[in-house]
Design a protein around this ligand. Sequence first.
Ligand SMILES: [Cu+2]
Length: 444
Amino acid sequence: MRATRRVIEVNRKAATVFGLNQPDGRHGIVAEAGQRFHVQLVNELDEHTLVHWHGLTPPSDQDGVPELSQPALDAGSGYEYDFVLARPGTNWMHSHVGLQEQQLLAAPLIVRDPAEAARDEQEVVVMLHDFTFRDAAEVLAGLTGGRGDMAGMAGVDHSAMSSGSSATTGLQPHLNDIEFDAYLANDRTLADPETIRVEAGGRMRLRVINAAASTNFWLDLGVLAGDLVAVDGHDIVPLSGSRFPLAIAQRADIRLQLPTGAGAYPILAVREGDTARTGIVLAAAGATVRRILDRADTPAGALGLELERRLTPADGSMAATTARPLRRHVLELTGSMMGFVWGFNGRRFGEDTPLAVRQGERVEIALVNRTDMSHPIHLHGHPFQVVAIDGTAFAGAVRDTVVVPVGASVTIALAADNPGHWALHCHNLYHMAVGMMTSVRYET
Ligand SMILES: [Cu+2]
């Protein structure tokens, strides 16, 4: 797997971005559960990098987070990864260094279930990005440089709509920090979307990955209805619908059956709090593919937890049995758009106290959002189960990234069974970059 540069075209302008390519040029990895993940990562960039396998549960020293798991790779150097792919799932991989993820140093990492190999369905992977022609460091400087001085916050989206005040805090949710130049689905915009040939009446499995640095989306299947069958690569009791929220770093697997006839079906992703959208088109033979505007008629609302409350694991199992010794942590999400300061428990990464756990424990972490933005919180190395929302306990989905809206609290539970030192962070790249990160550390 080569971390390399490539050129894509965004709205008819060439853009040099990063990529993760196999020697034959394929972007990303498709494998099967039970196989070894035996990958030589080669850094062909002229700067250091390191890649995190988002959704996999490798040994701690192969998790791809600088300082916590392994040193970053110098330009020209490589590293050999080797561990077993424990379970199937729609996952992805991305740089955990600096702001490289904004420059598209990310790719799909699909782990198929061998038990489903004979299934008669067409698999379509859709990877979503937010895109800017500007240098990501300049975008970040625009966010932090003002320190309350609006004039200094060039490029910051102050028009972001609010969706009403939170019942619990009265804060007005702030939705989007940055004005992007485009939103991509498989590296393309709706000016020139990927059109995928499908069979009329055929069965599909969409694997949608939100690889955006700073954008939550609503998936919009248009006239189609599908069954959401997995979140973050973990099977759920199927839930039918045509619109599904997808926070930063989350994945959604949707099964659907196409109508018969020569139809064309856009699969769209609309930016939260905005009309901007991207997507791909599923087109049967003979279908007329019409131009799709990159703006929806009405803005999409804020992502909430309505869907999350309805999710249950397919096999009914818990991520961590209650028979284990219980360890509880409370993590307050803190900070503000003013000055662009974000952290946990009022501290930035580096000043934080890692959350201590011991092997064999059931660990519950209450994520309490004290800020005026929602935050997609991701734990490395362990799937977790959502076990309470706003104090109401339930046996929710198993996943690896959960959104915590303004004023909300979400409790996650996990089995401490993968020793090491693991990142726990907001997956909004710019929030993480200014310190919204901590870690879970096993006591020895
Ligand atoms: Cu955040």
